[in-house]
Each structure stands twice: as structure tokens, then as C-alpha cells.
Design a protein around this ligand. Sequence first.
Ligand SMILES: [Zn+2]
Length: 303
Amino acid sequence: MTGAMLDVAWNHGTPGEPRIQVHHYDAGTVILRQSKRLNYEAPFMFLLFGADRALLLDTGATEDPARFPLRETVDGLVAEWLAAHPREGYELVVAHTHGHGDHVAADAQFADRPDTTVVAREVEAVREFFGFGEDWPTGTALFDLGGRELTLLGSPGHHASAVTVFDPATGFLLTGDTVLPGRLYAFDYPAFLATLDRMVDFASGHAVTHVIGCHVEMGRAPGREYPIGARYQPDERAPQMTPAQLTVVRDAARAVAGRRGVHRFDDFVVYNEPRKRDMYRLLAKGLAHKVLAPLRRRSAPAR
Ligand SMILES: [Zn+2]
């Protein structure tokens, strides 16, 4: 049943597509995606409803509410949920998979929202808010939305304040930018490996249905990757991965430990503490694509 509900025609940069795509996975679970027309990062965001509060995980890559009306969209979704589940003083918590700019950009849109807590992006704030205590990042923290208790795993490696969120109601393991079908930038490799080990251990003991990160950069063909900066990805694959693929990521990451640089696999690319030249090469490819893609599109037959 759940598989069908992720069979979504996601926005991928088509002219005229909505700035924020809203997908109701179930009555209490909404997946949002920012349009690639606004920002090539096109992050996914998650809105999870419990009996007492909702969690908005990530606020996208664009600050300006006129261009990126996230607050308006979320307010509408909360009002819709409350109309079906009336109650007083319903809270919204805005938190993040990690603190990079393309996940926190619209935080300020929620600053003056009533009954709302915006968790700061820094690791200290994340640890304190969720109650990780001293055993960060090895311990877990529980966060109860009201009849829906999430488990958070400290997940540094891509970013110091990264967390992974497990939602037992859907079986989603939300992995931010740590695990996704695309480029896995591991800036602190030992921390990244330890995080992947903890994720795999956790998944082996819990009913994880889908592993879902925040971006898609791979095309459907194995090993095919869209360049950085791509604003049109007609052949991108689905965002969700399986628990088995999570183990494949961990095993692949282990296999290239100690070898700095770029390592390509069918479903993802590992950037092991990328050097300057790795990042320059990535950006040069992106730039070439930016110049050439419109020309290619113009000469390609319309579909
Ligand atoms: Zn990101």
C-alpha cells in the first residue's frame, strides 16, 4: 500500500510547475518539494502531524516569501489538518535535517508564527532541543508529536548538526543529505562512516519502509548523474531508497575509506573528504552543463 503512495510524478524543473509541490502521502504526512525553477537544489521537505504538534523538517533553499511561499503553504496544510482534527493551541516545530543553507533558508518566515518553535541550525541547539544530552551523536532522542513518537539519530559527517529522523507511523527514515540518490558529500569521513553504521544498525531493528533524503541527483540509468546546478531533470529517479540500498551505501563508503576523492556507484556518488580539485571539477561540469543544456534542449525534438 505504502509503495503506491510514493509513486509520485515529482516536479523536476518543467516551466509552469508549482513553486512548491505538495504530496499527501497519508492524512498526517505531507512531502513538499521546492521547484528546480527556483533553485537547482530542489530540496524535499517533510510535514508530519501528531495529535499535539506538527513537525516541519527543513525550510527549503529560498528565503523570499514572495518567490517561495513556504509559510503560506504550511499554514494552509495545518489549517486543513485542524479542520479535520479540531483542537486548541496546536503547535508547529520547525527543525532541520542539517544546517546547510538549502535546508534552512525560509526559517525566518516562521519567526512570528504563533505556537511555533524554530530550532536553530547549530549543533548545540539541535542537541538541546531534542534532548540528546552527552551521548551525541551515538545516542538517540525521542520526539513525541502526540501519539506519534519519532526517533532521532545524531548523524554528523555531511554536516555537524545533521540528524536522521525515523517515523514509525510511515516507516520513513529521513536521512537529509547523508543518504540520497545523488552526491554524498562526506566532509568528515570517520563521522560519516560511523553515522552510516548507526543508520544500518537502526534500520535492522526497526520497520523502515523507505529511506528518503532531501535531493535527487541521479538519473534512472545506473551511475547516471545530473551535473550540479541542473535545473531540469526529466529523467531523475524517485527520492526514496530501500533499507537494502542503505546497506549498499554503507558498504560502498567503507570500501573507499582512506581514499579521498570521488567514487561513483550505480545509485550514488561518494565524495570522500573532497579536495579542492574534486570540487572544481564538479563545478566546471556544472558550468559546462549550464551553458550547453539550453542549446541541447533547443536542438532536441520536442516531447
Ligand atoms: Zn542539501
